[in-house]
Every structure is written in C-alpha cells, then in structure tokens.
Design a protein around this ligand. Structure first.
Ligand code: NAD
Length: 727
C-alpha cells in the first residue's frame, strides 16, 4: 500500500498527498523513504508534470518526524550514519528535481518533516495554532540528520538556526514568516489552492524560489564574517554548557556541525552531520531520552488500570475547590481544553485572585499569539467564580485544592458531596495526605481519588492519579483520561503517605537537610545537585516550595515511616525560627532587594547545628547520599505496590520532581549502575548513617539475581509491581 497518493492536474501541477496507512501522523519510516525515491523518479520522468505540491492527508499534522522506533533499533554508529546519509541523499534528490516543489504545510512539521520542507523550493503554512515547525531532535539526544543543520542556517541565518536547533523549541506561524523559515502564511481553507498556484508561478518563472536568502543585511554580514560567526558560536556554546552542565552532547555536536558547514563548505557540513548523528544515536543519553519518549507515549495509551478498562466518563463541567495557587492553575488548564469551570473559595477576594490568576495564564497565550482575542474572551467566560456551591449540581468532576490539612479537606469533602451530583468524581490535589484518610469522610469512596498536579500547573507535564483500594475503575479511567485531555502525562499510583513523587522527593530533600546537619555548605550542596543534573538544588527548592509545606510533608512521612525517615535538625530549626522560604522573603537564600541572585543568607547558618563553621564535602559524596536515598525509596514504592511499574517510576521522577532526564529515571539509573553496585553503595552509607540507607529488599534480591528493571538492558526484568517479584 502506498504511503502517498498522486493527482496530476491539467495545468501540470502534481498534488502529492502523504498519508501513511494505519498511522495517526506521517513519520518518515522506511516505507515513506522508498515511496519518495520512486515518486521523485516518476516526477522526473513524467514530462507533463511542471511543478508539485507536497501536502499531508492527516488532520492537523504534516510530517511529525523520523521513525523513532527505527532509530531505537539501530545498534551501531555506522548503521545510524548510513541512515542519515541515505536521508540526506533522498532530500538532495528532492531539492534538485527539475520542477519546483511547494510544501503545503498544515499541522506539525517537525524534525525530518521540517528537513523535507527545507528541501522544497517554497513553503506555505497555515495560520492555525496546530501548525508548528521545529527541530525537536535535541530532546531525544540527537541532531537533525537529513541536512537540517546545513539547510536551516542557509535559509534563516545562524542565530535563528541556533535558537531552533539547540533548544528544540517549536516555531509558530507568525515567527516562522518573520525569520524567513516559510514564504507565506494562509488560512487552511485556501492552502491547497495557493500552493498549486505558487507551484505554477514558480514553474512559469513568475516567482522566485525561496532558496535566495531572505535574511536581513545584519545577519547576512554576521554569518559571512568568520569573526562575527565565531563570537556567536562561542556564546552559544557557553550558554549551552551553562544550561546542560555538559550532560547533553547533542547541542554541542549541533554547534560543531553547523560551524563545519560554514567553515569548510556544504559537503563537509553534510558529512559531519551524518557522522555525528551516527555517534549520537547509539549514545547512552539518546538511549535514555528515547526511553522516556516511548514511556510517555505508552502512557498516552494506558487507561490507568490493568485488564479490561471501561470507557471513561465525559468531563465537560468541572468544579474546583480552592482558588489559590493550584486551584487557579487547574481551572485555567481545564478552560484551555474547553471545560466549563466553577472556581470556589471562601471569600470574594480569594475568588477574585483566583480568576485573575487564571486570566494571566490566558493572557500569556494571547501575548504569545497562540490564541486570538476572541478565544481569550471565550476562555475567560468559561471560568466562573463562586463562594457557595451554586452550579455544583451538574458538574462531572470536582477537584479540591484547599489548604493541606486533613480536617479542612474532610470538611470540604463532606460539604461538597451534599451539593454534587451523586455520580460526580471527587479528586483531591493533596500532595501528601493519604487519599484513604480523606475518603473516610466520604459517602461514596468509590468516586474519590487523588489528582496530584504539580506547580506551576500550566507548565508541569505530570499528573499523578492516586487510587485507594475502594476507588472504582470508572473513576480511575475517567481521571486518567481527563488528565490526558489536559495535556498531562499521567501515572496512576496506589495510595500511601506521599504517594510516589512526594515520598521520593521528601527523602531526597531530607537527606539534603542531614547534609546541612553534618556541616555542608548550602551553595556547595545545591551546586553539586545541579551539577548532577537536577534543575535546581534541594535547598533552593525548599525555599521555593516553602519550609512550612516541607515541614508538613516531613511530619506525615515521619509518622508513617518512623525512624527510617527521621527529620533533619537543620530544617526543623530554620522552620522554627519562622523562616518559610521565598514566599516569606526569608529562608536559606536572601530575597531582599540588595541580594545578588542566588545569594545564601549567611545568617541562616547560626540556626544550623554546626553553626557558621562549614565542612567541605566532595560533590560526589553529596550526590551519592541524596541520589541513593531517592532511588532506594523509589524501589520501595515499587515493591510496596505504590507504583504499577518501573516505567511509571521513571517518568514520574523525571517529569514530576526533576530527576535528570539523561539518567532516564531512578530505575534506569539503577540498571545503568547495576543493582549489586547500588546495594554495595547503600550498605556503605547504611553503616555510617544507620537505617536511612538500608537497601530495599527488592533491590537486594535483584542484586543477587542480576535482574534489571527494564528488560532491554539485560535478561530479567521487573515489569509490574502486581507480579511476583522473586526474580
Ligand atoms: P493556596 O494556599 O494557594 O490555596 C488554597 C486555597 O484554598 C486558598 O485560596 C483558600 O482560601 C482556599 N480554601 C481554604 N479553605 C477552603 C474552603 N473550605 N473552601 C474553598 N476554598 C478554601 O494553596 P495551594 O498551594 O494552591 O495548595 C492547594 C493544595 O494543593 C494543597 O493540598 C497542596 O498540598 C496541594 N499542592 C500544592 C502544590 C504547590 O506547589 N503549591 C503542588 C501540588 C499540590
């Protein structure tokens, strides 16, 4: 079956519609490549064809990129380099066809898709919000491998190219036009007509192809001047290293390859692109990032329950209890997906603040031109504020985000249940309190679960759905489906203190507290963990989260896990002194106007057990203590059945608490280091710090048997917590 259809119009314009059978989006797998090769041959030989239009038969997607599964199956750098070289040659054929080819783009045009578009002589895109262009390769630890690193700079200049290739960010239609990435932006309804007309004009010489540079004089002069170029590249390298701490080789490789093309010509540039692409495909970092890509794709298809899953119930109307920081964020993302929202708080001022916060989220989209003014107005009208339960009688789902206090939450649940329809699902956004304790106050515990969003809600990709033994399957699949609709990657975990993410993060933060008890320097500790790959250091994170919040978490977990999770004296003392972190403008770091960015508040040392006298710890010792505490706890969550699988634990830690993506997650990290070695390191620490590091029994078993959490790394695996774990 062909991956495209071809229509040759009477005026000699060939309309090629790419539509890979059986796939939701077009990806450039082997079948497409073979069909393209035959198509280019056919177009060349058919003298009646004067021009061509390349469009997609998929709704809202042009070409989504390479076939990542194919890349993941490659075992050697040589094979990957060959694949890249073949891709380059194929697109060279497209570029040098004897006729003009117009790319008519509606929807996502990414990676290999954008490389294909760049090899066309003219690009027209629609002004639709789903139309995005970009090179997301770095997010998979790769670089564009079919000429993208060479053609993009020639079209849009060095700076705009670096901005796209080094970050992987999407470019929206208006910007695409402004930087010269595309020639025209049109309404979707006229895309094909305009594209065909342009192909004819190009064929008749009435219009010039866009390969002539459209960049401004300044950019042109800069790019052509080796000194100016050197400055831009050097700065980009410095910024990349500052951002990635040297953990991600792909953006650095992209810089080299782009420079190679400028300095030594196209041929060399293409050669280097294929060579470096080949190396990267089989690199450990790309393997971990690809794992995360597949894991989150799998989660998109996972209904959240094992076995047969019922259809999720529709959620068209949502009630949100608590118009604070989280409640307003949840209301905003729900409205963005078309849900009608009732946002309730106790007084008018709070409701007003919540509505304003939701409006700010919409406004940001408006400013970035992702939505129109009309859409902005519609979104605002979707969120209604209230101080009572009016409007609650017909909602499908109620998400509670009031203060983190069991008594308050139980009281709110009791009240809400009297106002809600009897079949409404009730979710709490608590980050620590076991859902079973909340559900104890409910008349219908089968409809109660946790929906743990992360802050800030519009930006953080994870949703942790928490189910109790009494939560019904219908409620679970509905919460999962709705979370996906909100654009979140959803993991389902079983109930327990701190669930999965809060529990593992708390152990990590607590260990940071013990480092302070032992005299570690605050800035050195934070720097060590950022160097390991976390987005911020643990002490800075404590300030951001709020010491009071962290204190509550520590209390709940301390009560649940006893002396396995003792509290660090440092955190207790700083909190007891009334410091709450950034929100109180007083914590471990300075927040007064005179403070430098990231400046430690030296006065906080007086509160710590060892005072201002700080010891020097090697970074790897600090990293080892904090990371091993975290990964060991993750294994406990798996063996206790909190987690459904190592996959969920990896995705949850990376997307929810900032575990370094290039390590793939706690379970991938253990697989890479080896369970036996992790146990050995834990035992070493356990001898020094009794109980905090005793290896999880499952880890000990795996160390003994040599099993792994993820099958592709070795022989045995631990696929699910609900299967026997004696391997
Ligand atoms: P917040 O203090 O900003 O907001 C809580 C809101 O609840 C306030 O506006 C308060 O007036 C309102 N409220 C209190 N009692 C109420 C009642 N009876 N009826 C209606 N509204 C009531 O707190 P937040 O940071 O938004 O946290 C809310 C919940 O989300 C907590 O359970 C917290 O643990 C959880 N959470 C917070 C974060 C975070 O980073 N802030 C992350 C994940 C989960």
């Amino acid at each position: 079956m062909s991956t495209y259809s071809l229509e040759i119009r009477p005026d000699g314009i060939a309309i090629v519609t790419l539509d890979v059978p059986g796939e939701a989006v077009n990806v450039l797998g082997r079948a497409v490549r073979e069909d393209f090769a035959a198509l280019f041959e056919l177009l060349t030989n058919d003298q009646s064809v004067r021009g061509a239009v390349l469009r997609s038969g998929k709704p809202d997607s042009w070409i989504a990129g390479a076939d990542v599964g194919e890349l993941a199956g490659i075992r050697t750098a040589t094979d990957a380099e060959r694949l890249s070289r073949d891709g380059q040659l194929l697109l060279e054929k497209l570029e040098s066809l004897r006729m003009p080819v117009v790319a008519a783009i509606h929807g996502a045009c990414l990676g290999g898709g954008l490389e294909t578009a760049l090899a066309c002589g003219y690009r027209i895109i629609t002004d639709h919000p789903k139309t995005i262009l970009g090179f997301p390769e770095v997010q998979l630890g790769l670089i564009p491998g079919a000429g993208g690193t060479q053609r993009l700079p020639q079209l849009v200049g060095l700076r705009a190219s670096l901005d796209m290739i080094l970050t992987g960010k999407n470019v929206y239609p208006r910007k695409a036009l402004a930087i010269g990435l595309v020639d025209e932006v049109v309404h979707p309804s006229i895309l094909l007509d305009i594209a065909a007309a342009r192909a004819l004009e190009l064929a008749e010489g009435k219009r010039a192809s866009s390969s002539t540079r459209r960049r401004g004089i300044a950019d042109f002069a800069l790019d052509e001047n080796p000194i100016g170029r050197g400055v831009v590249l050097k700065k980009a390298r410095e910024q990349t290293l500052a951002r990635t701490h040297g953990h991600y080789p792909a953006p650095l490789a992209a810089l080299d390859v782009i420079a190679a093309g400028y300095d030594q010509g196209d041929d060399h540039g293409f050669h280097e692109e294929a060579r470096r692409f080949g190396e990267l495909v089989v690199s450990p970092v790309a393997r971990e990032l690809t794992f995360l890509f597949f894991a989150s794709n799998e989660l998109k298809k996972d209904p959240g329950v094992d076995g047969d899953a019922p259809e999720p119930l529709p959620v068209d109307k949502l009630a949100v209890l608590g118009a604070g920081f989280m409640g307003a964020g949840i209301a905003a993302v729900a409205a963005l997906k078309g849900t009608l929202v009732r946002l309730k708080d106790t007084d008018a001022a709070q409701v007003g603040r919540g509505l304003a916060a939701a409006r700010d989220v919409f406004n940001e989209r408006l400013q970035k031109r992702h939505i129109t003014k009309n859409e902005f107005d519609d979104l605002r009208s979707l969120v209604g504020g209230t101080m009572d339960y009016s409007g609650f009688a017909n909602v499908d789902l109620c998400i509670e985000a009031v203060f983190e206090d069991l008594a308050v939450k139980q009281q709110v649940l009791r009240e809400a249940e009297t106002a809600l329809p009897s079949d409404a699902i009730y979710a709490s956004n608590t980050s620590t309190i076991p859902i079973g304790q909340l559900a104890a106050a409910s008349q219908r515990p089968e409809q109660v679960l946790g929906m743990h969003f992360f802050s800030p809600v519009p930006k953080m990709p994870l949703l942790e759905v928490i189910v109790t033994p009494r939560t019904g399957v219908a409620a679970t699949v509905t919460a999962v489906a709705y979370g996906k609709k909100l654009g979140k990657t959803v993991i389902v975990v079983n109930d327990g203190p701190g669930f999965y993410t809060t529990r593992t993060l708390a152990v990590y933060m607590n260990e940071a507290g013990f480092m302070l008890d032992d005299g570690a320097d605050i800035a050195a500790l934070d720097a060590a963990m950022v160097d390991f790959g976390f987005p911020v250091g643990p002490i800075q994170l404590l300030d951001e989260v709020g010491l009071d919040v962290a204190g509550k978490v520590a209390t709940v977990l301390g009560e649940a896990f006893g002396d396995r999770m003792p509290r660090s004296r440092s955190l207790e003392k700083v909190l007891a002194a009334g410091r709450t972190g950034r929100k109180g403008k007083s914590g471990f770091y300075r927040y007064d106007p005179k403070a430098k960015k990231g400046e430690v508040d030296q006065s906080v040392y007086e509160l710590l057990p060892t005072g201002a006298q700080r010891a020097t710890y090697p970074a790897d010792e600090m990293q080892r203590r904090l990371v091993l505490a975290l990964v060991n706890e993750a294994v406990r969550c798996l063996e206790e059945g909190i987690l459904r699988s190592p996959r969920d634990g990896d995705v949850g830690a990376v997307f929810g608490i900032g575990f370094p993506p290039f390590h793939g997650g706690p379970f991938r990290y253990i697989d890479a280091v080896g369970a036996a070695e992790v146990v050995r390191r834990l035992e070493e620490l356990d001898a020094r710090f009794p109980r905090r590091f005793s290896p999880a029994p499952l880890l000990e078993k795996m160390a003994h048997s040599g099993a792994r959490f993820h099958p592709e790394r070795g022989r045995g695996s631990v696929p699910s917590s609900r299967e026997p774990q004696g391997q």
